[in-house]
Ligand binder design. Sequence first.
Ligand SMILES: [Zn+2]
Length: 155
Amino acid sequence: MLFYTHIFLGIVSFLLMGRFFNGGNEIIFFFLVLIGSVLPDIDEAKSKVNKSLGMVGWVVSFFSKHRGMFHSAIFGGLLFLVISLVSNSYYGYGLLIGYFAHILGDGLTPRGIKLFYPFSEFKIKGPLRVGGVGEWALFVGLVVIVIRDLLLGIF
Ligand SMILES: [Zn+2]
């Protein structure tokens, strides 16, 4: 999926799930959801997140294949553990929510994602082509949900 679709998937996930978590600063939590929602594409050399990280991004994309390790629940779980240990689990959940919003979003595309890579080849995939009509319809729907929430506070 495209960068802004991932961002809006992250925002909607925050609106849906953010209220079930507490124990820290909600703004930091929100930004961690956003970071998690774009972070997996660090494995794609042409992605915004990869380019913004310069040398680190280059090294990561050189040593990993796109939609491999960085699009796996295993890596998401490891990130959650690391953040929970260095900070607390509230912030770990923030990153995890965004991370899962990303890999489930990519799981809607024909290429799909391997949820338990590298331990299993089990794949989640769907019909929405990246940048296709289906993704644009999803994107518009997500934007409408966010605008409606800002105006009416539905969540
Ligand atoms: Zn991705």
